[in-house]
Each structure stands twice: as C-alpha cells, then as structure tokens.
Design a protein around this ligand. Sequence first.
Ligand SMILES: [Zn+2]
Length: 511
Amino acid sequence: MGNSNLLLRVGLAAWRQERSGSWTAERLHRHQQQGLAALRRFAAEHSAFYGELHRGLEGQPLEALPIVTKAMLMADFDRVVTDPRLCLGDLEAHLAGAQADEPYLGRYTVLSTSGSTGLRGVFVFDEREWTQALAAIARPLAWAGAPPPWTRPRSAIIASAAGWHYSARIGSALASRWLPTLRLDAGAPLAELVEKLNAWQPQALAVYPSVLLQLAEEQLAGRLRIRLRHIGTSAERLPQATRRRVHAAWGIRVFDTYGATEYAPIATECREGHLHLLEDRAIVEVVDERGRAVPPGEAGARLLLTVLDRRTQPLIRYEISDGVRELPGRCACGRPFRMLAGIEGRVEETLAFAAAGARAGGPARVELHPNLFHELLERVPATGWQVRQEGDGRLAVLLTGTTHAEAGALLKAQLAALLAGRGASCPAIEVRWVEGLPRGASGKAPLILRTEARTEVRTEVRAEVRAEGQAEAGTEVRTDTRTDTPSDTPTDMRTDTPTDIRTDDQPRRAA
Ligand SMILES: [Zn+2]
C-alpha cells in the first residue's frame, strides 16, 4: 500500500467520520445502537472470549454486560481475537523483532503500551481498522482549524521514538514526501529540539504538554524562534499554566486531545474549549468504582469503552482507569457529543535530576521526559512497572510478575546509562520485583511519579542496606517478606552511584 494511497483512504475516512459532528443527538443514538448490535453479534460469533462472557445476556442492554479489564483482555488474548491465526506469543515476538513496523501477516498493525495502569497491553488492528484509527487522529486537527494533512502543512511531531508507541506509529504511517513532517524524540535534550525546530520552522506542532511548556519558555527567552499557528497536545494532563505560557509565546491557543492506545482519541477539544467524546466510533460510559453509571457533573472512577468499528480485537465495556467527569449540557459548537470536564489521575511526571558536575552557567537540573522511561520499561518482561523518584532523589523501579533477575540487572544498567547520557545525577538506582504496585487514593498506580518519602514501599531494603554497610540513620525503611521472590535474589540489583548531588526543593518546572 503506497503512502499516497493510504493518505487518500485516511482522508476519506476522516471526512466520513467528521460528518457525524452535524448529527442530531437522536441520530447519534441510533447510529450507536445499530453499531452496538452488529458488534455484539459479531463478537458472540467470532470471539470465544466474548461468546462465553456474554452467554445468556444477549437480550440485555449494554450496561448489563460484564466489564472487561486489560488484565482480562491480555490473559485471554488468543480467545478474544477473532482471527484464529493471531496469538499473543507470536505478536509479542513480532513486536520485539526488527520488523515490528511491518504489518503482521501482511495486514495487521500491532501496538503495545503500558497505558495508564502499568500493565502491558498488545493491540492489533486490521487494515480497515488502522485506516479508521489514523483518520480519527486527524480529527483533532480539523477541530482546531488546522489545515488537513493533504494540504501539506509544514508540521512537527514531538513524540516517543519507540516504534511501538501509538504516536510514533501514527507519525511513521503518515510521514511521506507528501506530508512534510519533522519527527522529533520527546526525550531528546531541549537544546537539540530547539535547534531542529528553528531549522525546520514548522507552522503546526503536535507535542506532549510537558515538552510544550519547555518550548514555550524557550520561545519567550528568544532561543526558540518559530511561528506556530496550530498546536495540539495529547497523552498528558494539560495545565492551565501551560496554556497561558503558550498564548504568551505564540499568541494562539492549544487544542488538547485525550486518548488511549486502545482507542484514540477518546475526546478532543472544540473551538469552544470543550473536550468532546468522539461518540460516533464508540459508546463511552462514565462509571464509579463499582461500575455503576455516574451522572454528568459527578466524578467517575473510570471509563468504559465499547468501540463500534473494531472487529479483530473487540473492546466491549473495556475499562480505562482514568477518572473523568462529564460536563452537563450541550456545547455551542453544535456537535451532539457529550463533554468531559477534565481528566484526573493521569499524571505522568517529568522527573528532574541535578545536573552531574554542574558548572557555573550550566543548567542546574536535567529533566527527563516520561517516554524515556517508557522506552526502557516496556521492554522488560514484567506484568507491570512503576518508576518512582523518591524524596532523596534516588530512583526506584518496581516490577511485578515473575522475578527475572537478569532483566532487572539489565534495566538498572540501562537506567544508569540513560541518566549518565543526559547528564543527570542520581544518588542510587534500585530495581525491585514486588508483589503489587502501590496505588494512590484513586486506585491508580501511576507509571512514573515523584514521592516525598521513601517509606511507602515495603521491601527488603534493610537487608541490602546492611549488606552494603550504609548508615541510613533517620531513614525509616520498613521491611516485609515477599513471597514471589526467591530468597537468593541478588542484592546487587541495587547500585549506589556516586553521590554528588544536593537535593533541593526548588520547583521542578518554570512557573
Ligand atoms: Zn463543542
């Protein structure tokens, strides 16, 4: 399939999808119900998993069907998918191989992600589904009034460089000589991003909020000199402060998008500043912890997605563990889609470290984007992970699943190399296999976070500390026994790198 052919198909699909913006609420409802009935019939017939899960519930409304979590979807992967040639083991091997960017079996696009829960997921799209997914990604551009891809706007995408990340796959799928797009790695040093953007002079920019804020500051400082006309963000919470700095830097507003690898975008921002659910392709339920519908105006604990046009790997009442609140009422933009007041509990931290061997005039701190950690962690054979920068600056990586000491040691070395390569100083890096990830009040286990103290995680650190003869007076480290780890787990999973940093309490980001 040539790139220009793909662009044409994506453009057509995007145009078709966008027509739903002028529907009435009644028409949207009818469209959803027809799509749902077709999806349920197909899944019952072709997916052993859903056939069993929904047995006896055929006549019941959607709300009566069981919720499907990512853990369920992954545990039963081979019975969920509707092409018997697809199996998780083969897809994992494909993702790990050099041909991960090539279609599997000549027709399937395969992606993997940790999502917002730390649990690795694998998602597979056939050609038609992938075209629809690409088209959907173009919709926020249209909503923002940006020129469509086929008019060749000069644009830049700053995203994850890892091939299996959605954003990277979108970029490479659409990048061609017909679409002059500069693709940059969100994890690259800021000075490098500035230099390349200055050289490219994009008019449109798609970027993570945390990187955007840094770029706005660079523009305001005069080091970045580009004239942006359109800015879209995704993947992280977009703070109001970032919006203000962007307006100060370029005199334009940001259009934010909320999505997940499973389905993107879930919601996108209209000109009225409202985040609308894209309900023509999915039925989205906002529910509480117990799975009961939450009315508009009240905070939900999670979202349930039923994606109407996916057949290869059906998602029916599929849980996304983001807390959202629906905004009551209708939007002046005229779209029939419901609105979200905001996304909570999807906080991914950009971690700041002291600069190694900081010199006068040089930067005192080095910021590492979450994706740098994603790229390393998503290769680890763990069922879940969490990167914690603890109060004293040290980095602790928690891994769940079957203990794999070699992978842990490799990861530790990779993290040390990453930090050294970025000029970041860190007093210690620990990699620990644990039974479960610590969860916050919302029930979430953030992938990357900064903690104020290092006393929350129960580990056997005391033994390691003693073994290394370190005095850690004043640091309360609780111990606990773990059942998933053999007692001969190497204690060298933890290295103490030279401690040449002062921890300070200065704000990690410009105000
Ligand atoms: Zn609107």
